[in-house]
Design a protein around this ligand. Structure first.
Ligand code: APR
Ligand code: PHB
Length: 389
């Protein structure tokens, strides 16, 4: 088989890139190790920056998000028993859109199917080859046969545990990593959200987040030790602990119900440099991971896709390599700023094992400054709604 761009990974990065390329008449094939339903079974974050919304619309897959996404003009920061609103819209001119990553992925998959895009699911052992020559190709196994896709470029959209970054480990790649000493226990439940916007809560007992997927589906998180297991947390224990970590007036309004999903995710910051190796590009989680506190994971995947798409469009349209040459640098400049923001939100809001009562007081002082200083609120808002591409 021959294509222009072979895309490894059918998550949001691969699907968004594939659709933008197809719309521009650039042929592409997507390969994934697993199947559609498995991919759609993953529960991930759900806050979209305006740039991500715009890209999804540009891809032609934004109709349901436009109809069902919840536009939020602000977020609440809770600490010391109080909560304060950060008015994102008035501070930056931009809101965010709450729409689950699972739904966004489903919309992109449906649109790809409807527009005749080629996706090969259950493709095992996908491997990029010869990407430092003029004739790269990808091999994969399916139904007992090894297949080969000849291409011009390979987009490594295969997530943090994918094969593409692993393939370039001995080619001068630098990995920057920070592991946080806690995880997030998340619950999904068909109950109305406790508040119409998100609440990020710092408390002496640890961080909590009140989020949502729709007016009838809520997503809540608690900071927990990495040694905890989701099975050991009953729903009742989760709700009790959540009530203790959020301000009393919010806790009183909390509606609880049976969880439909419960899991623990570790928190990590990770950036690989560079993101280009000849004709192989690392995109999205394949190149970087942020802790979920700033809701940047999916949005960074989208900005990577934007830069790479522009580069590939320049290559095929204007026969210019300037855009693909600039990809790694442009993407990394934005990735590092979002990594800094995600790290600072994580540091500000979580309880760290060695920070003690002094650390708690410093966090509260910083939060108090943040919510009462227009300059500090604006800096937070600007980062939360997303820095310009
Ligand atoms: N071969 C083929 N496909 C693979 C391989 C492999 N060796 N390894 C992984 N994949 C597939 C996975 O099955 C998955 O469907 O690549 C896809 C990667 O998707 P994601 O992990 O969702 O990564 P990405 O598309 O970059 O999306 C980034 O996901 O994790 C969140 O916070 C992150 O929201 C952000 C978004
Ligand atoms: C979520 O709804 O899953 C969510 C929202 C905001 C975050 C992280 C996760 O910062």
């Amino acid at each position: 088989m021959r294509t222009q761009v072979a895309i490894i990974g059918s998550g949001p990065s691969g699907l968004l890139l594939g659709q933008l390329l197809s719309n521009a008449g650039i042929d592409n094939v997507i390969l994934d190790r697993v199947g559609r339903e498995y991919i759609l079974g993953r529960i991930r974050a759900g806050v979209l920056e305006a740039g991500t919304v715009q890209l999804l619309q540009q891809a032609g897959a934004g109709a349901r998000m436009q109809a069902e996404g919840l536009v939020h003009d602000g977020i609440d920061l809770a600490f010391a028993g109080r909560h304060h609103r950060i008015d994102l819209k008035s501070l930056t001119g931009s809101p965010v859109t709450v729409y689950g990553q699972t739904e966004l992925t489903r919309d992109l998959m449906d649109h790809r199917e409807a527009t005749g895009g080629r996706t090969i699911y259950d493709a095992s052992d996908a491997t990029p080859h010869d990407f430092d020559t003029a004739r790269p190709f990808v091999t994969y196994d399916k139904d007992g046969t090894t297949h080969r896709i000849e291409c011009d470029f390979i987009a490594g959209c295969d997530g943090f545990h994918g094969i593409c970054r692993a393939t370039v480990q001995d080619r001068g790649i630098r990995n920057f990593e920070k592991i946080y000493p806690f995880g997030w226990l998340g619950i999904l439940a068909d109950i109305p959200p406790v508040h119409h916007e998100l609440i990020y809560a710092n408390s002496e007992r640890g961080f909590a987040l009140c989020s949502q997927r729709s007016r009838t589906r809520s997503r809540y998180y608690l900071q927990v030790p990495l040694t905890d297991t989701a099975e050991a947390w009953s729903d009742a224990a989760f709700w009790d602990e959540l009530r203790r970590r959020i301000p009393a007036d919010v806790a009183e309004r909390l509606v609880t119900g049976p969880s439909i999903e419960k899991s623990i995710a570790p928190l990590r910051s990770f950036v690989a440099e560079p993101l280009r190796f000849g004709s192989l590009f690392l995109v999205g989680d394949a190149g970087h991971i942020v802790p979920p506190t700033g809701a940047k994971g999916l949005n960074l995947a989208a900005s990577d896709v934007h830069y790479l798409f522009e580069g590939l469009q320049g290559f095929y349209g204007e026969k210019s390599e300037a855009g693909i040459d600039a990809y790694s640098g442009r993407a990394l400049a934005r990735i590092w700023k979002a990594s800094r923001f995600s790290w600072s939100m994580t540091t500000l809001l979580h309880k760290f094992p060695d920070s003690g009562a002094f650390g708690q007081k410093i966090q509260e002082a910083e939060l108090d400054y943040l919510v009462h200083s227009t300059a500090a609120s604006a800096a937070l808002a600007e980062n939360y709604v997303g820095l310009p591409y």
